[in-house]
Structure formats: C-alpha cells, structure tokens
Design a protein around this ligand. Structure first.
Ligand SMILES: Cc1cc2nc3c(=O)[nH]c(=O)nc-3n(C[C@H](O)[C@H](O)[C@H](O)COP(=O)(O)OP(=O)(O)OC[C@H]3O[C@@H](n4cnc5c(N)ncnc54)[C@H](O)[C@@H]3O)c2cc1C
Length: 458
C-alpha cells in the first residue's frame, strides 16, 4: 500500500469513528475554540491544501488552470485530440458566466440563461475532471498546482487565468481604495459578481452623470466599453432616465471600429454620450466620487471604473510574467509567439487574455473570447502532436467580434482579424472594420455566440 492510500485510509477510518469521537469532544456550544487545528480529523472528502487532491495515474496529465473561454475549450479538445491524456480543469466558479454578450444582458437584450453554462455535463461527456476550487499557487519546481482542496501534479500545464485589474497603478499599495473601488464601482470585466452589481446599479439609476474610465491598451475586449456605453444610453432613452454617460478614454480616439462607434455617439446619443479622449487617469476617489484626468476633473453620480488590465494573478504566481528590469514587456505572460509555451519551459502553455507580446507589428492578440477559444484548440493540438511523437507545426488564431450599438431597432457593427507569418517570421495582423450600422449584424452576432458556446459546452 502506498503512503498516500494508507494515509487516506486512516482518515477514512477516523471519519467513520466520528460519531463516538464527536460525542467525547467538547462542543463549540460549550466554549471550544473554532480556531484552525491542523491535526483535526476531517471527513475523508474534505480536502486540505496540503493533501494531494489527485494523485498521478498511469496516463500523462494536463492540468488547466482557469475554466473560462480558453480553459474550458482546451479541456474538451485535449480529450478529443489525445484521448489517452488525463485532463483536469480547475476553476473557482461553479457556473460559467460569459463576458461576451454580457453588455446586452445588462440592458435585458439577452437573459441570464443565455450567458450561463454548466461545467459538469460537458466534463462528464468528454471525460475530463472538473474540480471547482480556488487555485492558490503554481509550484513549477515540483510540477504541481496547489488548490484550496489539495495539490494536483501535472505533466503539462495550461495557464488560462484571464485578467486582473491593476489597481496598483491607481492606488499603489492602498488596499482600502482598491477594495472600495471594486465594491462600489466595479468594472464588470471579470465575471460574475461585478456584473450583477452593475446591472442592479443601472436598473436603479435615477439620473445624473455616469462616468466610465477606459483602461489603456492592451485591455480585455477593446471595443466592448463603447458597446456598453451605447447600450446603456439606449436604455436611458427608452426608460426616460435623465442620465449622461461620460467616457473617459485613455486613448486619443475610439478604436477599433472607430467610425462606427463615433457615428453611433453622434447620430444616436448626442444628448447622452460625451466622449473624452486622452483622459489619462491621475487620481480616483471612490469615496468623494471624483476622478482627475489629464483631460479634466469629473464628479460622478455613478461610475464604471476600469483600472488597467494585466494577466490574471495565476500567471504571476506561475512566474510567466517577466519581472521589471528583465528587458521583456511586463504585465502579461511572456510566451513563444507561435507555440504559446513559456519561453523556458515547453510543458507550460499560456492561452487567452493572459498571453503577452507576440508581434512587433500589432504587439498583442486582441484579448477576446474568440481568440482564447482558438488558442485553446491550437494548444490542445500541439500537445496531442507532441504526445504522438511529432513536432507540431504552428497554427495561428483568427478573431471576430460583433458589437450592438442600438437596441431599438437592434443594430450592430463588427470587426474581423486575420493572422499570417511573414517572410521575416513575424506574425502580421489584418484588421477589417465594418463600420456601417446594420440590423443584419444582430443575427450574425447571436449565431456566433450560440456556435461558440456550443463548441465549449456541447
Ligand atoms: C463586457 C465584455 C464583452 C466582451 N465581448 C466579447 C465579444 O463580443 N467577443 C469576444 O470574443 N470576446 C469578448 N470579450 C472578451 C472575453 O470575455 C475574454 O477575452 C475571454 O473571457 C478571455 O478568456 P480567458 O480564458 O483568457 O479568460 P476568462 O474567460 O476570464 O477565464 C479565466 C478563468 O480563470 C478562473 N480563475 C482565475 N483565477 C483563478 C484561481 N485562482 N482559481 C480558480 N480559478 C481561477 C476565472 O474564474 C475564469 O473562469 C468581452 C469581455 C467583456 C468584459
């Protein structure tokens, strides 16, 4: 018997004898302290972070950190491309909540059911293991991911953590200001508690100034803040809410699909939306409800405060984000641009928004769910090829993004990106903006969403 199983068995027997033990132990009602006791006997299935949650089996194992757009797609495709692999998906949320389409959900153009998806059914169908838990650390030296319920050893690691808000850029180490900002005026760029908070705030908004601060690039889904402004403006008009939306943009102009969004601001929402370019943030005060920027100072009644974006915490914990002074672009994961693995470790891949600089022509892939889905399929293919003893050839993603700018009638604009490697070995991007507002975009948008949810969850 291995050490692990004899340890587990001891805990099982101890738990089985729990009734007698509980009768003998002093109860909390009698004044026993609830303080953490590392030696306390727990029921067998309650994991500690020091346990091995999933001991290694015979097959090589891929552990995926984060079950968002990238992670959940990778799990399915790994099982399809290389069925002999054991795949473990670690995710903190019990239910998948989609950021794409969530602007439409904020104004009731889609319902909650459209955005939410079940993790358990798809894991069962494709034969991977879904573990709902908080990932605490990634220990590269012993090839293990430490979660709240125990550690999970890996052979290959896929890091798919999405983004974090870099509140440090606004508040340095003032945790109180960062927490107040996130609690009162969340960006709703990370699912899902923030989305519910924002929806409630919008639905109870009686009027006044709603300020949106836009993060500097690179950011998650660059066109989506403009879409959000348009949809909220459309809702204000329909509900006759005397609100003004002030967009404080770090950039010097609207991008991508700039002409399309600017036409919507001018032609549909002139009396509601004020667009302020070059509004570099200088000071944010969530208590006084005031923002100082390079383009002026603004007081607000409510706000959607988007701090700068960076790779999600797990990328930092995994040590894939370059340290200051390393000479590499900071804030995002430093990966091989074509093969998406850590530059120093071919068994550690990064996918989705966390991926850093990939090209001197366009710098970063758009931080989009579509790209995360493509990265996931690509990396699953790379791992399958390696497992089959073949050297993988590079595969590049594509991207497609639809933005609704009017709810009555429903109209949208869109943007498409394609990639190729040029003669110098550099990835080149072609961007095509569709600026003309059209109702025809709407069914395409919903169809895109349906197909991609199906790709992840059916
Ligand atoms: C308003 C809005 C609109 C958008 N519209 C579009 C669109 O129309 N089209 C499009 O393509 N993209 C769109 N996006 C962008 C899209 O949501 C992201 O690009 C996509 O989610 C990135 O996928 P990801 O897998 O990298 O990260 P995510 O989908 O964020 O997944 C990361 C996962 O990791 C989990 N995680 C992180 N840390 C831990 C931890 N410590 N323990 C356990 N789990 C952890 C998180 O819970 C999360 O589920 C939009 C985004 C927003 C906010």
């Amino acid at each position: 018997m291995t050490q692990q199983t004899s340890h587990s068995r001891r805990r099982f027997l101890a738990a089985a004898g729990g009734i007698a033990a509980a009768a003998a132990a002093p109860s909390l009602a009698q004044g026993a302290s609830p303080s953490a006791d590392a030696t306390r006997t727990l029921p067998f299935l309650i994991g500690r972070s020091t346990d091995t949650l999933a001991p290694r089996g015979k097959s090589p194992r891929v552990v995926i950190c984060g079950g968002g757009w990238g992670g959940v797609t990778a799990a399915k495709y790994l099982r399809q491309y290389a069925p002999h692999l054991e795949v473990v998906l670690l995710e903190r949320n019990p239910v998948f909540f989609s950021c794409p389409m969530s602007n439409k959900w904020l104004v009731d153009a889609v319902d909650t059911q459209f955005l939410t998806h079940d993790y358990l059914g798809v894991a069962e169908k494709y034969g991977y293991r879904f573990i709902q838990t908080e990932i605490l650390e990634i220990e590269r030296d012993r090839k293990a991911v430490v979660t709240a319920a125990g550690s999970v050893p890996y052979d290959y690691l896929i890091i798919a953590p999405g983004i974090r808000y870099n509140y440090e850029a606004w508040f340095a180490n003032d945790r109180r200001m960062a927490e107040a900002t996130r609690a009162r005026f969340p960006a709703a760029y990370i699912p899902n508690a923030e989305h519910f908070h924002l929806k409630h705030a919008l639905q109870s908004f009686k009027g006044g100034d709603l300020v949106m601060t836009l993060p500097p690039p690179p950011q998650r889904c660059p066109p989506s803040p403009y879409e959000r402004a348009c949809l909220i403006a459309s809702m204000f008009r329909q509900k006759k809410i005397p609100g003004r939306i002030i967009i404080l943009d770090h950039k010097d102009g609207v991008r991508p699909i700039g002409p399309g969004f600017r036409a919507a601001f001018e032609e549909l929402y002139k009396d509601i939306i004020t667009y302020v370019p070059n509004a570099h943030i200088e000071e944010v005060d969530p208590f006084a409800k005031r923002i100082k920027t390079a383009a002026g100072d603004f007081d607000f009644d409510h706000a959607i405060l988007m701090a700068p974006h960076q790779a999600g915490d797990l990328a930092w914990k995994a040590g894939v984000v370059p340290q200051p002074g390393s000479g590499r672009p900071g804030g995002w994961a430093d990966v091989d641009p074509l093969f998406l693995h850590d530059r120093n470790d071919k068994d550690v891949y990064v996918i989705g928004d966390a991926v850093g600089f990939v090209s001197p022509q366009f710098a970063f892939y758009p931080k989009a769910g579509h790209v995360a889905n493509r990265h996931a399929r690509i990396v699953a293919r790379y791992i399958a090829e390696r497992e089959a003893g073949r050297e993988p050839s590079y595969i590049l993603p594509d991207n497609l993004c639809y933005m609704m700018v009017n709810t009555n009638p429903q109209e949208g604009i869109s943007v498409q990106f394609d990639y190729k490697v040029n003669d110098q070995g550099i990835i080149e991007q072609t961007q095509l903006d569709f600026n003309e507002r059209s109702p025809a975009t709407i069914p395409e948008d919903f169809n895109w969403a349906r197909l991609i949810y199906e790709d992840m969850f059916s």
